[in-house]
Design a protein. Structure first.
Length: 399
């Protein structure tokens, strides 16, 4: 096993660090308070080639390997996990097309992402189908002309207010069907020029092919306030057969593939956040003196800082083991993806909570980044499958 980075990986890390250092870190508290959608950072990330990582080279994408993708996401997350969630969501929505789409579908649905900085949404969760997505009721019904009609509502969908394309998981034939399909709905392309900031508005999309999509008001979230999250309702949306990815009955299998890829990326988000929490805590406790000594030199505080460092390092090891397993398509990749996700979520929550504590009263104010990191950390333990679901997967696999 080799822990050294390739020239390409070093180049990626260096590129993202420059973006974070110049465009995110100096302004992060101000950006977060203003709650404006970070199009400018997304645009720069697109120009630098550090988003849309899964798009195949055959259609002028970067087709970045899983390990390098995890490094890129971790580095963006060191800057802000709302921005990395938004960026990562493009791959969440597009990987199923890259893995299971035909060459025509890849050309039609993926090429636009190589041409301008646009966003995609992955629509799985529903109000009554969260951890248990088999309970979803959105469905496509077949019409006499061979096309389908999609109806249903999704919730907590990242990028929904700004998305130029929706990847949707839905039942086939009826809401209680055992089969699930994956359909792709491209809409008018949205960049910063079309919707600079949605504010508190809803978005209505009339589709030229028939039906409409209604995006609810953005959720007012505890953390990750620079990512956009909203509900998405599909009303009589006409779906042509060539908008269905792969076999229209294999959606459950495709979700597993998507989530096996996505969980290490969420782990990368957690590791990036935990590293940032450790860094700002080290900076603070090296400066602040109490009892005649720097806080970082007080033995009990030093012990906490050491515990934070250990969590970061162990989470990063779990992340790269999972990324390697997925890269080599190992049979037990899912097991390690779940381990990485849980370990990174624990590290993010532990480091931000303990880091806030080591800032004392100052950590409880919005003047210090640690308070934002503590708010942002909780979602890492929830999205892409809550902690208990990861433990269910781990338990099932090892028993
Ligand atoms: C900011 C944000 C962004 C998101 N982005 C997306 C997105 O882009 N696309 C998308 O489809 N979804 C997205 N989601 C949805 C997210 O994946 C779900 O919120 C998550 O899967 C949990 O579902 P739920 O909220 O319905 O919680 P529930 O499933 O209702 O779970 C609530 C709690 O019950 C417990 N629990 C649940 N199941 C079990 C179990 N089997 N055993 C023991 N305890 C259990 C856990 O403590 C869990 O936290 C996002 C959510 C948020 C908040």
């Amino acid at each position: 096993m080799d822990f050294s980075l390739s020239d390409n990986q070093l180049m990626y890390v260096d590129t993202v660090r420059k973006l974070v250092k110049n465009e995110i870190t100096p302004h992060i508290l101000e950006m977060e308070k203003s709650h404006k959608f970070p199009w400018s950072v997304i645009g720069k990330a697109w120009e630098m080639g550090i988003i849309n990582l899964c798009i195949p080279e055959s259609i002028k994408g970067f087709e970045v390997d899983v390990i390098s993708s995890a490094m890129i996401i971790e580095e963006i997350s060191y800057g802000d996990t709302g921005i990395s969630t938004s960026a990562m969501c493009n791959d969440l929505a597009n990987i199923v097309i890259a893995q299971h789409g035909t060459q025509e579908q890849k050309e039609r649905f993926l090429r636009p992402f190589t041409e301008r900085p646009i966003l995609a949404s992955f629509c799985l969760t529903e109000p009554a189908a969260g951890s248990d997505n088999s309970m979803m009721t959105s469905f496509i019904g077949k019409r006499d002309d061979g096309s389908y009609i999609l109806n249903g509502s999704k919730c907590f969908i990242t990028n929904a207010s700004y998305a130029s394309q929706y990847t949707v998981l839905c039942k086939v034939g009826k809401p209680t069907s055992n089969f699930m399909a994956c359909v792709v709905i491209p809409v008018d392309k949205v960049t910063a020029a079309e919707i600079p900031d949605i504010g508190n508005d809803t978005r209505h999309i009339e589709l030229p092919t028939g039906g409409k999509i209604i995006i609810g008001k953005p959720e007012d979230k505890l953390g990750q306030r620079l990512s956009n999250t909203a509900s998405v309702t599909f009303e009589d949306v006409v779906i042509a057969p060539d908008q269905i990815i792969g076999d229209r009955r294999f959606g459950f299998k495709y979700i597993v593939d998507v989530l096996d890829y996505a969980r290490p990326m969420v782990a990368a988000i957690g590791v990036g956040l935990a590293k940032r929490a450790l860094a700002v805590t080290l900076d603070y406790t090296r400066e602040r003196k109490q009892f005649g000594s720097r806080i970082c030199d007080l033995p009990v505080a030093r012990e906490t800082i050491t515990a934070m460092w250990k969590r970061v390092e162990l989470a990063e090891l779990a992340l790269f083991k999972a990324a390697c397993k997925i890269q080599e398509k190992a049979e037990d990749a899912g097991l390690y993806a779940s381990l990485a996700k849980n370990t990174a979520a624990e590290a993010a929550i532990f480091c931000s909570t303990e880091g806030l504590h080591l800032h004392g009263g100052y950590g409880f104010t919005t003047e210090y980044e640690i308070s934002k990191l503590a708010r942002d950390a909780h979602i890492v333990d929830i999205y892409e499958g809550v902690r208990e679901v990861q433990n269910m997967i781990i338990g099932r696999e090892i028993v």
